[in-house]
Design a protein around this ligand. Structure first.
Ligand code: ACO
Ligand code: ZN
Length: 176
């Protein structure tokens, strides 16, 4: 299905359940903060979410199913050294945080949030490529990113506060 970048878009999941992807709005703040706390050890203060919403509103995506917020993807665009064209600078989309509640997983929700978020970063904020950090032990997320065409571009020792390393994964946005 072609991803829409303006307004809400309804999807039918593999199991027939329906969900909607749309932009984050301030009324979603508590739900997004609570999903983040439930699914990830990396937690952020409320202002951090608000800041991304204010700076990159078109690229902060949430997923709603049966009237409940079940997922979010929060992004920003930065300027710096490219992971794709080594030695050159680029506008880089940065997937800051993505999470889906356990009861809504393996339905394609993260995949579709990623597609919308990546396309929005390209279309609205001129991102030429996209990157993210992920725990080296996070097999589900690494599989998701590989399926979406990301490759491992580096490894940051002890990136996380508990001492675990991060992979940097990246892909071009030229084809999206
Ligand atoms: N094991 C193996 N492969 C998996 C798994 C898993 N548990 N979950 C997803 N995948 C792969 C599969 O290839 C899957 O396709 P398939 O279901 O047809 O086999 C593909 O990814 C797409 O899966 P989606 O259904 O789109 O992903 P989902 O909506 O379940 O969300 C996510 C994936 C976000 C990783 C979810 O498991 C989650 O919230 N995990 C905890 C939070 C987290 O780790 N977030 C990422 C941290 S890194 C960062 O934020 C930049
Ligand atoms: Zn990051």
């Amino acid at each position: 299905m072609e991803i829409v970048l303006e307004g809400p878009q309804e999807f039918t999941a593999k199991d027939g359940r329906r969900y909607v992807l749309r932009e984050f709005k301030m009324a979603d703040l508590n739900s997004v903060v609570s999903i983040n706390r439930r699914v990830l050890p990396e937690n952020y203060p409320e202002w951090f979410f608000v800041e991304h919403h204010m700076s990159f509103p078109k690229a902060f995506i949430v997923a709603e199913m049966d009237g409940e917020l079940v997922g979010y993807m929060m992004n920003r665009v930065e300027y710096g050294w490219s992971y794709i064209n080594k030695g050159k600078a680029a506008h880089k989309g940065h997937v800051v945080s993505i999470g889906v509640l356990p009861h809504a997983r393996r339905l394609g929700i993260a995949t579709n949030m990623m597609l919308r978020g990546m396309k929005a970063m390209k279309r609205f904020y001129d991102a030429e490529e996209v990157f993210l950090e992920v725990r080296v032990s996070n097999t589900p997320a690494i599989s998701l990113y590989k399926k979406l065409g990301y490759e491992i571009a580096g490894r940051i020792p002890r990136y996380y506060s508990d001492g675990e390393d991060a992979y940097i994964m990246a892909r071009t946005l030229a084809d999206l």
